[in-house]
Each structure stands twice: as C-alpha cells, then as structure tokens.
Design a protein around this ligand. Structure first.
Ligand code: CP
Ligand code: NVA
Length: 324
C-alpha cells in the first residue's frame, strides 16, 4: 500500500510522535495519547491496515530483566510491521556497566532504527536516549512502564467507551506501573485513587509532575492509605507487592512487607465495594493468593488477559506511528 494514500498512515503521522516521547507516558500530550488510543482501535480490528512502515528497519531489544508479555508483543509488533528485532542478551550486566549508556546509544544509532529497552534505571535509559538519535521506547524501568500504561488506558476505553470521568482505584505498591497509570489518568481526564500502605506511596517527583499533567488533561490523582477508597470505582487495579530489583524497597524483611500489604489484597470482598460492573486489572505477572485471590483473577470481572493482549495492539500502533 502506498504510505501517502494510506489513511491509517496519515492519521498516525499526524500525531507527530518523536522518539523522545516514549520514555514516559507523561511526555505525550493529551491529544497524542487519545490519538494513539483511537488508532489502536483501528489497528486492533485490522493491523494490516498499517502497511509495512518498518520494512528494512531494525529494532534493538535490550532486556535487563525477565519478560513474557513485553518481549513477545514487541517482537510480534515489529514483525507485523515488516521490520526485524535484534535481541540483546545483557547476561545480567546493567546498562552503563560494561560500557556507558551514552556510548551504547552512540553505537546503536549507527546500526538500528529504534531501541526498545527494559532497564533497571530510568536515568541510564534517558542517557541512552539522549545519545541515540533514534526512537527509544521504555519497556519498563524502575520509575515507569509507559507501554503498560498505554494498554491499560486502551483497555479502559474499550470496556467503558471513554476514560474521561472514570473513577479508577490502584491499590498496592506505588511503583512504576502506578506512575504510568497516574500519568495516563491525568492526561485523559480520569480520577485515579492510588491506595498504598504507608511509606509505599508513589515517588514524590512523579506526584509533582503528575500535577502538571492534571492541568493539561483534566484528570485528578489522589493518594491514600485506606482500602475503603475503592468504593464506587469502575476498575480496581493491582500489581505485585515486590517489583523486580526492588526487593529491599522500604522493608528489609519479606514477612514485614507481606504483613503491611495484606490489608491491600484484592479479594471478592474488596471487589464488592466497587461499582457493580467494575473490572479487575493487573499488568501481570500476578502472584495468585498474594496481591489477588484466584477467585478475583478468574472472575468475569477480570480483564487481565485482555490487558496483556492489548500490549500487542498498542505497541503495533506506537511503532507504526513512529515510522509513519
Ligand atoms: N506486564 C509486563 O510488562 O509483563 P512482562 O514483565 O512479562 O513483560
Ligand atoms: N512492577 C512490576 C511490573 C512488572 C511488569 C515490576 O517492575 O517488576
């Protein structure tokens, strides 16, 4: 298909995405985020309509941590769009350890057309992106998980027809996933109630930067320690109580962590406090019986596998937008 006459291409190109936009969800404008979600509807129904914008293009995939969904969905998305993915096995070496992140970026920009990176350090990722004058997509860092946030916003849009005005509860650890959800909710005009144990709140830096996004998108993010705050919400979202590389965060001892988080477990009783048609969300992998019961994971309210599938659709759209 001729890219110049392909309507999907024109819609994606008009979003004006730049490589630097993909390090956090908050670097998108509300219009770009909504445009990406709307384009995802089109490409979920017919991904072939994107054509092959990655033909003859190569994407380096850096994974410092394990992954199922992110790795597979990115590789499939790159292949669908006509490109090829090069996987870098870091063998446990962190970005910047064997060679500076800056030098890695300077090398990779001469060989590939984009980088997808799952890393320990957002700061190192930003150094890599600064050096490499090609798009760098954050596939999860200690601070953010923007592709997950995109899929989460798309899943809410699909289910409720809108995100603006929805009340959503995120309950658990104030981590990377909660940060990206905060940014998405603020930009899309939703109310997000972030409910965490004391000392496990989202980072103050993200709370502050989200305020600016609320002003742009009309959303509202509140923080509390009270699980009863899930009352009346359209969605209850949770994530692991211990993120990769964060075992020592706040608690030195695993038992103390479990005790502090126990009141925040998502079970049928907690779900019953939300709206009658409320959905249960989790980025996965889930620790069944820990942050969520089997009963909730396997209930009709659970959309966790749709969220996982939507990673493929939003990332296909994102990559197509970058190269349209
Ligand atoms: N949700 C998510 O990013 O899953 P993986 O860690 O398996 O990629
Ligand atoms: N918060 C989790 C998300 C995994 C997809 C982690 O960082 O391990």
């Amino acid at each position: 298909m001729n890219p110049l006459t392909n309507p999907t291409h024109s819609a994606l190109a008009s979003l004006g995405l730049r490589g630097a936009d993909l390090l956090t969800l908050g670097s998108l404008t509300p219009e770009q985020l909504l445009g990406l979600l709307n384009a995802t509807r089109t490409l979920k129904a017919d991904w072939r309509s994107a054509g092959k914008p990655l033909a003859d293009k190569h994407v380096a995939m850096i994974f410092e941590k394990p992954s199922l969904r992110t790795r597979v969905s990115f590789e499939v998305a790159v292949n669908r769009l006509g490109g090829s993915a090069v996987s870098l096995d870091t063998g446990g070496t962190r970005l910047g350890e064997r060679e500076s992140a800056f030098d890695q970026g300077k090398n990779l920009e001469r060989m590939v057309d984009a980088i997808v990176a799952r890393v320990y350090s957002q700061a190192e990722l930003e150094t890599l992106a600064l050096a490499a004058r090609i798009p760098v997509v954050n596939a999860l860092s200690d601070w953010h998980h923007p592709c997950q946030g995109l899929a989460d916003c798309f899943t809410l849009l699909e289910r409720f027809g809108h995100v603006k005005g929805l009340s959503i509860a995120y309950i658990g650890d104030g981590n990377n996933v909660s940060h990206s959800l905060m940014e998405g909710a603020a930009l899309l005009g939703a109310e997000l109630r972030v409910i965490t144990p004391p000392r496990c709140e989202p980072l103050p830096e993200i709370v502050t930067s989200t305020k600016a996004l609320e002003a742009k998108g009309g959303g509202r993010v509140t923080l509390s320690h009270d699980p009863a705050q899930v009352a009346g919400c359209a969605a209850i979202y949770t994530d692991t109580w211990t993120s990769m590389g964060q075992r020592e965060r706040v608690f030195q001892d695993a038992d103390a962590r479990r005790r502090a988080f126990e009141p925040y477990k998502v079970d049928a009783k907690l779900m019953a406090r939300a709206r009658a048609d409320a959905i249960f969300m989790h980025c996965l992998p889930a620790h069944r019986g820990v942050e969520v019961t089997d009963e909730v994971m396997d209930s009709p309210a659970s959309v966790v596998f749709t969220q996982a599938e939507n990673r493929l659709h939003v990332q296909t759209t994102l990559l197509a937008a970058l190269f349209s």
